[in-house]
Design a binder for this molecule. Structure first.
Ligand SMILES: *[C@@H]1O[C@H](CO)[C@@H](O)[C@H](O)[C@H]1NC(C)=O
Ligand SMILES: *[C@@H]1O[C@H](CO)[C@@H](O)[C@H](O)[C@H]1NC(C)=O
Ligand SMILES: *[C@@H]1O[C@H](CO)[C@@H](O)[C@H](O)[C@H]1NC(C)=O
Ligand SMILES: *[C@@H]1O[C@H](CO)[C@@H](O)[C@H](O)[C@H]1NC(C)=O
Ligand SMILES: *[C@@H]1O[C@H](CO)[C@@H](O)[C@H](O)[C@H]1NC(C)=O
Length: 434
């Protein structure tokens, strides 16, 4: 289409310079291209509407996207992703192609993320598409992903925000195979979702601080003082060692000035224990080092793809976007439009460390990638559960109708922002950068 239009413009401007005959020729040429273009786009709309799995209202948009993606991947053998920064872009309101699934279609949905079910009336947060500045994200297709992952295991390893993203992926897949056999299995820190016909396993493993810590219990992890066990990752890592795709995160549990590191064992009370107070960033780097060394020596780099999701921003400080401090994200229904908006709660130093270790993995022959979702999620103050979720404490009417301590401006409603994080994962898995 683009080519055609370029040629049309070239042909007609040439015509202007010459005489009337040339103008006529140019006109005929232009008409020819226009008719061609109309024919081609009709053909495409016919084929894609007969085979499309998406709803009819999204067709026009899909065709355009599919065309662009097909063209880029056909001409180069890859898509343009390798040269395009997917994470630099803007949110576009698009209620034709979003949300990618309906909350009710996801039977496995976690009640802490089911904002619509818990009474949220303004649903605009579901309708935003991420538009990178210099390319398009491919349209998420759960069946293509399942085919790609046939006989494979994906494990999301991390904290509740990583579980939020895992849940999004489960919903994205489940809503496309509503009547096909699947299972969800809980075993301690591990939750495994299986699409049986594809023998695909999409798992979540609770490991909020990368290393062994006193926050490792998957349900009972509120502690007065967080302690990590120096250089100890094996207890966790042996549960995800064999995965084909690993998606890590680890951020919010580190947000304090200092951390306690235990040299010794949590279990063996009699053994010698040494505690060390370490400045947070230093402790974080120690954890990343142990993590890196484990992957380097125990994980098969020609089989396993490694992703690390950058920090997920919170919206607890309404004063940062000019609202009364105590409101948190309670009244928000629109994104922040100020380009480059950045909250004090997001620590770029920690993310630079993650980037450093991802680069180290790459230089060791790993196919490793950071999903740099921080900046784009910073804009989405409108997309948190706020009070529209299940709370584990019994809250009063007063507590539910005013912003307060309970207001959740950390996790994300589904469908919503984490679906987009998974679209990045999808892009990298289906169109690997060269
Ligand atoms: C993440 O993306 C943002 C927005 O494009 C960019 O400013 C930032 O430098 C990136 N950070 C890293 C660590 O790549
Ligand atoms: C999409 O949003 C526009 C503008 O808010 C509205 O007029 C239209 O009815 C919406 N369409 C759908 C399908 O929700
Ligand atoms: C099913 O998938 C697992 C990985 O999750 C793999 O180890 C196993 O070999 C697969 N089974 C078959 C029959 O291919
Ligand atoms: C649960 O996990 C443990 C440890 O990883 C494993 O030994 C056990 O077989 C699992 N149980 C079930 C029912 O899958
Ligand atoms: C690593 O993975 C590759 C690709 O799946 C496989 O061919 C190879 O045998 C594996 N190596 C080891 C040591 O398991």
């Amino acid at each position: 289409m683009k080519e055609t239009r370029k040629q049309f413009i070239a042909a007609s401007s040439l015509g202007m310079k010459f005489n009337f005959l040339h103008l006529q020729i140019a006109f005929v040429v232009a008409m020819f291209f226009l008719l061609m273009a109309a024919y081609v786009s009709r053909e495409i709309s016919r084929t894609s509407s007969s085979s499309s799995r998406s709803s009819s209202s999204t067709e026009v948009y899909d065709q355009k996207k599919d065309m662009i993606n097909e063209i880029t991947s056909d001409t180069t053998g890859q898509t343009a992703f390798s040269s395009c920064d997917l994470f630099s872009g803007r949110w576009v309101f698009d209620n034709k192609s979003y949300p990618l699934y309906k909350g009710r279609q996801c039977s496995l949905m976690n009640e802490e993320l089911a904002c619509e079910m818990y009474g949220r009336k303004n649903l605009n947060y579901q309708y935003w598409r991420w538009q990178p500045h210099h390319c398009d994200l491919p349209r998420f297709d759960a069946i293509d992903l399942l085919e790609k992952l046939r006989n494979k295991r994906v494990v999301y390893v991390g904290d509740s925000l990583n579980r939020n993203q895992w849940m999004s992926m489960v919903c994205l897949i489940e809503s496309s195979i509503p009547d096909r056999p699947k299972t969800l299995h809980y075993n301690g820190s591990l939750i495994a979702f299986k699409a049986l016909e594809y023998n695909v396993s999409i798992d979540f493993y609770w490991e909020p601080m990368l290393l062994e810590s006193n926050c490792d219990d998957p349900t009972n992890h509120r502690v007065s003082e967080r302690i990590i066990r120096g250089q100890s990752i094996e207890k966790h890592a042996r549960n995800w060692n064999d995965a084909d795709v690993l998606v890590f995160n680890s951020y919010i549990w580190w947000r304090q000035l200092k951390l306690k590191i235990l040299w010794g064992s949590f279990e063996n009370v009699d053994a010698d224990r040494i505690y060390e107070d370490v400045e947070m960033l230093k402790a974080y780097e120690m954890a990343l080092t142990t993590w890196f060394e484990w992957l380097d020596s125990h994980v098969n780099r020609s089989k396993t793809r490694v992703f690390f999701v950058s920090s997920s921003p919170t919206h607890n400080r309404a004063e940062e976007w000019g609202k009364p401090k105590k409101h948190k994200c309670f009244y928000e229904t629109e994104p922040i439009y100020e380009e480059g908006y950045w909250s004090m709660d997001s620590d770029p130093n920690m993310m630079r460390l993650v980037e450093k270790y991802i680069n180290k993995l790459s230089s060791q022959g790993f196919n490793a990638q950071m999903l740099n979702i921080t900046q784009l999620s910073e804009y989405r103050k409108d997309a948190h559960p706020s009070m529209h979720r299940k709370f584990w404490d019994q809250l009063t009417h007063e507590q539910l109708t005013t912003p307060n301590y309970h207001t959740d401006c950390t996790h994300w409603c589904l469908p919503g922002v984490p679906d987009v994080w998974n679209e990045f994962l999808y892009a990298y898995l289906l169109y690997p950068p060269s």
